[in-house]
Design a protein around this ligand. Structure first.
Ligand code: TRP
Length: 318
């Protein structure tokens, strides 16, 4: 039996190359080594105020981005978290095991509370219980995440141990699978990570049209770090020989920024072309996307039902 792996991502709007290289590319590759489940963490996105329309649109967009980038429903379960009964039930059980101060010292909770002081809701505080439930409901052992999620995974391990001590051994020790360090930097600020929060000029969205991509790259900052960042971006999509020659031109102080940018635009567009074609296909066939998510949820639900029954039994609920 291949080892079980799970990860989730919140629907927060435009997926960009930073998300792809930092996480999704890794997911796509992991599909061949593990039995994988990937889900859209729509329940988690309710912890930040979001309109019904945005939630629906962003969920759909995320699904088509994931499919276009190579998450393959024939290999992996792909589903919406809210469509599987059990995540929130197990989260409740975990809520009753986790001391409030442990939740209060989570970095993400502190950061988000500062960012949205008007909306420090209970869901934001108990966010890590739901995340632990997302993982442990399937008895998944491997969880690919970025550095920023390591603390939540640590809490997941603590909760699993607490549960096991109290009710009998059931949950495995989970292990983070860290993405190979591909921390893509922003186009408009060479010292910061590519991010939606830095505005549209910071990132190249998977769905950006060629003209927009070309404009964004042309406007990218070209201080020394900025050039290094563009060279790095080039190295992901360009030919290794060409990458070498651009790098050596840079070291000799002979690299023309315009040339680098032209080359980068070319390889980025080449890389994105087939992905965008797939994306457009799914955009035009929303029923097919819906079907993929419903079938993914069905398969996930099967596993969830089995485990939840055993969990409830151990706790004394049934
Ligand atoms: N909290 C994660 C993030 O912000 C998303 C997430 C929710 C997740 N549930 C998960 C990741 C379970 C891994 C496993 O990126």
């Amino acid at each position: 039996m291949p080892k079980k792996l799970i990860s989730g991502i919140k629907p927060t709007g435009h997926m960009h190359l930073g998300n792809y290289l930092g996480a999704i590319k890794n997911w796509v590759e992991l599909q061949d080594q593990y039995s994988c489940s990937f889900f859209i963490a729509d329940l988690h996105s309710l912890t930040i105020k979001i309109s019904k329309e945005d939630l629906q649109k962003q969920t759909f967009d995320l699904a088509i981005d994931l499919l276009a980038l190579g998450i393959n429903p024939k290999k992996s379960f792909l589903f919406k978290q809210s469509e599987v009964v059990g995540h929130t039930e197990l989260a409740w059980i975990f809520n009753c095991l986790v001391p409030v101060p442990e939740l209060e010292r989570m970095t993400q909770f502190k950061d988000e509370s500062l960012r949205h002081p008007e909306n420090v809701n209970a869901g934001l505080l108990t966010y890590p219980s739901l995340q632990a439930a997302d993982i442990l409901l399937y008895l998944a052992e491997f969880v690919p995440v970025g550095e920023d999620q390591v603390q939540h995974l640590e809490l997941t391990r603590v909760l699993a141990r607490k549960f096991n001590n109290r009710y009998g051994h059931f949950f495995p020790e989970i292990k983070p699978v860290l993405s190979p360090a591909r921390r893509l930097m922003s186009l408009n600020d060479s010292a910061k990570k590519m991010s939606k929060s830095l505005g549209e000029a910071s990132y190249i969205a998977i769905a950006d049209d060629p003209e927009t991509i070309s404009k964004k790259i042309k406007k990218a900052v070209t201080d020394e770090q900025g050039i290094k960042n563009l060279l790095e971006l080039y190295s992901y999509f360009g030919h290794p020989e060409k990458t070498k020659s651009l790098n050596s031109a840079f070291q000799k102080g002979k690299l023309m920024n315009v040339e680098l940018k032209e080359e980068l635009i070319k390889v980025t567009l080449d890389f994105l072309k087939p992905i965008q074609e797939k994306r457009t296909y799914f955009q035009d066939h929303p029923k097919e996307v819906e079907k993929i998510l419903v079938e993914g949820a069905k398969k996930a639900q099967n596993e969830a039902d089995k485990n939840l029954k055993k969990i409830k039994n151990l706790v004394g609920l049934i």
